[in-house]
Ligand binder design. Structure first.
Ligand code: DON
Length: 326
């Protein structure tokens, strides 16, 4: 295994070239509906790639800290699947794509549950389940789990947490809707508070690459060897990331990039190529769907250059392996 974060020559060159090419893209805007996010410098841009066997490449601001926001959702879902099992989680939240905005106040027609765990309603349902199962330790256990996936201790960004907790009325409304529908029994305020905290964990593009590589490596962190998620949890999580991770932009993403991914309104994006690698990108300007514009483009370029699409004519990643050969 390579030393952690030692750059792998030719892959590194490709990542650097994509970073340089996309640096000039200024489409999208920094999200401001969480007031503290408005202070994030829009120019920051980092791309990191970690393979399931530890090869690493990066370019740009890969050590800049930002809040994970919705990129936390697949990881808390996987944790809940491991703790509570698929059947119990399926009662609480579906696995259907939702052709509406990430914060829509809707439940699956005819079912008292959110469409999927990648949208806010679904992630708050997962948070309620975790509060119910873990009680007062829920946040610390979520933090420990995401930290194990990242291979280092993640801190809470208090400013962003407070900012969202003071203004997140729509999420609070969702939590009450879910409590009223019987999705969880803990108070709505408890569930939404865990959700706000998980969203305010501070990460870097490097962290997201490691977290993605942990998923790609069937739940085992390739750098630390920690077994973070079980196989079934990873399988279900990657399935909903694939179909629902980019919200109402998911169909377009699947055609263009073709790997499971999750975006966050803080500018983070994680993409997972099963058994092969994780990609972490940070770029704070997001599009109308809440997806980071340069993050999408960077993943699209990497998928094209490395042949990552799940339905690539050869094996996915067939153009990656020659770059890693010594
Ligand atoms: O609930 C919210 O609105 C934020 N904490 C997270 C939303 C988010 O990241 C949407 N994604 N792109």
């Amino acid at each position: 295994m390579n030393a952690p974060f030692a750059a792998t020559g030719r892959l590194h060159g490709m990542v650097a070239e994509i970073h340089a090419r996309l640096q000039a893209v200024t489409e999208g805007a920094v999200a401001t509906y969480i007031p503290a996010l408005a202070a994030v410098p829009p120019e920051l841009f980092g791309i990191a790639v970690l393979t399931a066997d530890g090869a690493f490449a990066e370019a740009g601001d890969t050590r800049a800290r930002f809040t994970i926001q919705s990129v936390s959702k697949p990881f808390t879902y996987a944790l809940a699947l491991d703790l509570l099992g698929r059947q119990a989680m399926r009662q609480a939240v579906g696995v259907q794509p939702m052709a509406e905005a990430f914060n829509a106040l809707v439940l699956e027609p005819g079912r008292n549950r959110p469409f999927n765990p990648m949208v806010n309603a679904g992630a708050i349902a997962v948070a309620g389940q975790l509060c119910q199962a873990l009680g007062a330790t829920a946040f610390e256990q979520v933090r420990a789990c995401l930290s194990a996936a990242a291979g280092r201790q993640l801190d809470l960004d208090e400013d962003v947490y407070r900012s969202e907790a003071e203004t997140g009325h729509r999420n609070r409304a969702l939590a009450h809707l879910l409590h009223g529908a019987g999705v969880f029994r803990v108070p709505a305020e408890e569930a939404v508070d865990l959700y706000f905290r998980q969203c305010a964990l501070a990460v870097t593009a490097r962290d997201l690459a490691v977290m993605g590589a942990t998923m790609a490596n069937i739940g085992t962190n390739p750098l630390t060897g920690a077994e973070v998620f079980g196989l079934d949890a990873v399988r279900d999580t990657l399935s909903v990331m694939f179909t629902c991770g980019l919200y109402d932009g998911a169909g377009d993403w699947i055609c263009r990039v073709g790997v499971p991914a999750k975006s966050g309104v803080g500018g983070g994006l994680v993409a997972v190529v099963n058994r092969l690698l994780g990609i972490g990108v940070f770029s704070p300007r997001v599009d109308a769907a809440g997806n980071p514009v340069r993050g999408l483009r960077a993943c699209e370029a990497l998928a094209e250059d490395l042949g990552l699409h799940l339905f690539e004519a050869g094996n996915p990643g067939s153009r990656l392996l020659p770059l890693l050969a010594r």
